[in-house]
Design a protein around this ligand. Structure first.
Ligand code: MN
Ligand code: MN
Length: 466
């Protein structure tokens, strides 16, 4: 090969480098330590409520205090505020006044799964089942024959909150959605994947033993209710004010002979929400700008509702910090910047037809920025101004963050959105940032440790931005 233009190539061409070619020994050590913390978080927090609890526990250990109205705040103070136990905002007050804006990272802590219907329990053919209504975008056929755990709360009418978590301990029972045996699937196998298993097929098997010597109907169902009453003090009507969630019972595991990846439920968006949280808790002293970590709910169903990113709960949190400094919320937002941290698709060589290799995130190429997301001609996207992209690019390059730029798939292949638009609509400069994921929204998703670690590193650099 001619070496005549080698220097020119080096100087002019952009190359999307594998992070392992450039990562330092120090970074590799920190990456492994971070991966351990992340795996522990994945196992401790499979629902948004559990993620909030775990965030509060870790935040308190790092010196964060719950924010109360009228609380006097000075630079360096660390506070948090939860929303309905399903979302949380944390902040470290900066040296600069809030009129000079904040540095926000926003990620979501809800993920696709099977929620129980309000009146879920029924008996058919002497087996008891829970009816489910899936949450978020799922390929329904993937959720059959997967061992599942039940997580959530039942709130009794007197306000008592009963927490339920069954299926996670080694000796716990699990639950399962059955699928048709291949021997009798001739008709099912001819259906498209989208309709081979339907939403109403996603019934979870939960019991099969009738009450002894019972002549009445629905004896297996009654036996399940009797068990639940003895165990948790609940009656069937209590299901109507409950949030019960079926999630894969599997623990997060290292993946590959080289242990370079992690297979787990919920990388979307734990890989980014934990990065945002962990980086915030690791901030030393007082940052220049107030650093805000926003872990939101309901992203998978449109970010609507009280705990979603469209909720004014975010304004309520920031406005009160501003009021303490005599700054208006609008002034603060107008000078704020945000990394909207959500996963993107990793290029999958088994399905190369859906992504443009040069414009897609790749495993081990680092944190992936997306100038815009959306689908059908960028529709529904927050397109970050080039000036802001350039700034984040500089921050990463100056601080040893391995990064890449990607779109979510080919132009007409589909697409997706994040909370970025809701931040940008508040007049906050916002850039999509995240970890590339394989098998996104499947019961078990795959990420690389390097990409997770670099996302966390980007968050820290951003919070510490001057
Ligand atoms: Mn997401
Ligand atoms: Mn998602």
């Amino acid at each position: 090969m001619s070496e005549k233009y080698e220097d020119l190539r080096k100087e002019l061409l952009y190359r999307n480098e594998n992070g392992y070619n450039v990562i330092s020994g120090e970074d590799r050590t920190e990456m492994e330590a971070y991966a351990k913390r992340y795996i522990a978080f994945l196992n401790a927090a499979k629902t948004e409520r559990e993620a909030v609890k775990e965030a509060v526990r870790q935040a308190q250990a790092a010196g964060f205090k719950p924010y109360t109205t009228g609380m006097a705040l000075k630079p360096g103070d660390r506070i948090y505020q939860t929303v309905c136990g399903k979302a949380i905002n944390l902040a470290v007050i900066g040296k600069k006044p809030l009129s000079e804006g904040t540095r926000i990272s926003a990620a979501h802590i809800d993920n696709p799964r099977l929620d129980l219907k309000p009146n879920p329990l029924y008996e058919e053919d002497q087996m008891a089942f829970f009816q489910t209504h899936y949450y978020g975008g799922i390929k329904k056929y993937q959720w059959t024959t997967v061992p599942m755990a039940i997580h959530g709360v039942v709130v009794k009418q007197d306000g008592t909150v009963v927490e339920i978590c069954v299926g996670e301990k080694d000796d716990d029972p699990v639950f399962i959605v059955t699928d048709l045996l291949i021997h009798l699937s001739e008709a099912q196998m001819k259906k498209p994947l989208a309709t081979g298993v339907t939403g109403e097929n996603l019934n979870v098997l939960v019991g099969s033993v009738p009450l002894p010597e019972d002549e009445g109907g629905d004896s297996v169902k009654l036996a399940v209710l009797k068990f639940l009453h003895e165990q948790y003090g609940i009656r069937e009507e209590d299901f109507l004010s409950a949030e019960l969630i079926m999630v894969p019972a599997a623990k997060a595991r290292e993946l590959g002979f080289d242990r370079s990846m992690i297979a787990a439920f919920g990388h979307d968006d734990r890989s980014c929400s934990f990065a945002a949280l962990d980086a915030m808790l690791a901030l030393e002293g007082t940052p220049e700008h107030t650093a805000v970590c926003c872990l939101t709910d309901k992203e998978e169903i449109g970010s609507m509702g009280i705990s979603g990113m469209q909720s004014e709960a975010f304004e309520y949190f920031i406005e009160r910090l501003c009021a303490a400094q005599g700054v208006t919320l609008r002034e603060c937002f107008a000078h704020s910047e945000c990394l909207s941290a959500d996963v993107t698709n990793a290029h999958d060589p088994t399905y190369p037809e859906v992504s443009d290799k040069a414009n897609n995130g790749h495993i081990n190429c680092g944190v992936c920025f997306a100038k815009y997301t959306g689908s059908r001609g960028k529709s529904g996207s927050s397109d970050a101004p080039a000036e802001f992209v350039a700034k984040i690019r500089r921050l990463c390059n100056e601080n040893g963050v391995v990064w890449q730029m990607g779109e979510l798939g080919k132009v007409d292949a589909g697409g997706g959105g994040t909370v970025a638009q809701f931040m940008a609509n508040r007049n906050i400069l916002t850039l999509d940032t995240g970890v590339p994921v394989l098998s996104m929204h499947a019961p078990i998703e795959v990420v690389s440790k390097l990409d997770c670690y670099m996302t966390r590193k980007a968050m820290k650099v951003f919070y510490e931005d001057r």
